[in-house]
Design a protein around this ligand. Sequence first.
Ligand code: A3P
Length: 347
Amino acid sequence: MAVWLDGRKVFLVLLLGLLLVFIYSITLKKPEGRFKRINDDHFLFDVHNDTNNSPYRASVETLPSKKVEGDEEQWNKLKESSKVRKRLPNAIIIGVRKGGTRALLEFLKIHPKIKACPVEVHFFDNSKTYQLGLDWYREKMPKSQADDITIEKTPAYFVTDKVPERLYQMSSTVKLIVIVRDPSERAISDYVQVLFKNRGLLPPFEKFITKGKAEKVLRTSTSTVQIGVYVEHLKRWLEYFPLSQLHFVSGEELTSNPAKELQAVEKFLNIKPFIKEEHFYINKTKRFPCFTSLVENKKKKNWGCLSESKGRPHPSIRDDIRKLLQDYYRPYNEEFYKLVGRDFHWP
Ligand code: A3P
């Protein structure tokens, strides 16, 4: 009787062991279910299948501890995607100059999946740098994992003729972000920047932006005015990229409600929501959103605000000149709203 009972125990233990081995082998053989391919160079971590508490854990940690027989190709793919190395960007802030591009990039960096290039690279808009080739460009990028978003910003891209074609040649799937702002305000901001660089040696805005003594005709040929004709620049991009590959951020909304605008960018980039209202506060002196101490090491420097070159005071502009600008831009703005499917409510 006792011998028979022992035999039954051994049998049950063996059965249980076999069952465990079977379950373990099933989970090892399906690692591809955890990744979603978005383009040739990048994988996105599928957070829904993630059993890890932190969705931002390096994907190397999710690799099986050893190779499974017959799964060599899959194993190599996973190994490659987990490597930390320099990669070409899979998202670029292409403009617009003085739209709030620096604020947008710095704010996006809060997200652990965003790896941003600290400087404007001017690769595609400058023939000299462009000739240096994609390896040179890649070297300028920060190190990233394949499921990160590698991003750079060069606002000159949006308005430079050759850029859409060149960028398309690098990647037809790259995600493009444009931060736009009331073009009249943008023109004033642009003037203030040029004034600063010329150490104040510039005629007043009213004279600078108009032609003739009467100051009643806008100097539309100047880049200060031309950059704000967003719809015309956009049309050149649409010759190469579908509208769905471009995302438009409101410069005004980024200032008044940064978290909401950034959450829309997270969605566009297909990364898990991370950025929250608590990451920002409005600095009373600067009157712009700055980082709270929730953003590591940011609050300590400059009260968490961007540098002094961002958010400069503007001169007061004569009403008739402001109206001249607004009347000029209005039809272009209307066309732009229709094309992108969003009304930015500029005057
Ligand atoms: P002004 O300095 O004229 O106010 P860019 O980074 O593209 O050069 O844009 C600069 C503009 O970003 C600033 O123009 C400012 O209006 C805007 N901006 C948006 N958010 C900001 C922030 N949190 N801090 C400072 N400037 C901000």
